[in-house]
Design a protein around this ligand. Structure first.
Ligand code: ADP
Length: 167
């Protein structure tokens, strides 16, 4: 049997404010499952991020450079439209807990209603990183704690360079 060559693209969307080792884990695992991974860094005018869009894209790119098959793009607007622009068959999200599930389930249903051909794939968070979130990293850093165990070097470099990020 001959299998037709195809390229299957998945989108991994998020705020990445900042990217953590938990994100890196799911992006790496996504790259093992799909031919092409597009990490979508969300431009969200409603949120005031700690890291600017440029910093978030730069830090995600610094990580993605080491993972074959991974690209990084900023996006705004509907996720289903971004996925269509990328030619993606699926959206991939990480699940850390039932709290994530409660949030993800209606989003997955809504995205399916908006774009029936687009699948949502969930990866269970690695036990090692299941307690790590960008919001906790921001909080620990703001209070003077060491976030080195939880974030890639590119994020640490930004935090150390930009003292204003710690306020
Ligand atoms: P959003 O604001 O869209 O939730 P995040 O940047 O917080 O964006 O998260 C992007 C994706 O990464 C989400 O699917 C989230 O569940 C997943 N994620 C975040 N932290 C972790 C982690 N520690 N382990 C696995 N997945 C994670």
């Amino acid at each position: 049997m001959t299998v037709a060559p195809t390229t299957t693209t998945v989108v991994v969307p998020g705020s990445f404010d900042p990217i953590t080792h938990g994100h890196v884990d799911i992006i790496t695992r996504a790259a093992a499952l799909f031919d092409r991974v597009v990490v979508g860094v969300l431009v969200n005018p409603a949120k005031a991020p700690l890291f600017t869009l440029e910093q978030r894209v730069a830090t995600v790119k610094a990580v993605a450079a080491a993972i074959p098959g991974v690209e990084v793009q900023a996006f705004e607007g509907l996720l289903v439209d971004f996925a269509a622009r990328c030619g993606a068959r699926a959206v991939l999200r990480g699940l850390r807990s039932s709290v994530d599930f409660e949030y993800e389930w209606p989003m997955a249903r809504m995205n399916r209603a908006l774009s029936p051909g687009l699948e949502t794939v969930f990866l269970a968070a690695a036990a090692q990183w299941a307690h790590v979130s960008s919001s906790l990293v921001r909080e620990v850093h703001a209070l003077g704690g060491d976030v080195e165990p939880f974030v890639p070097a590119a994020v640490l470099a930004h935090l150390r360079r930009d003292g204003s990020s710690s306020t």
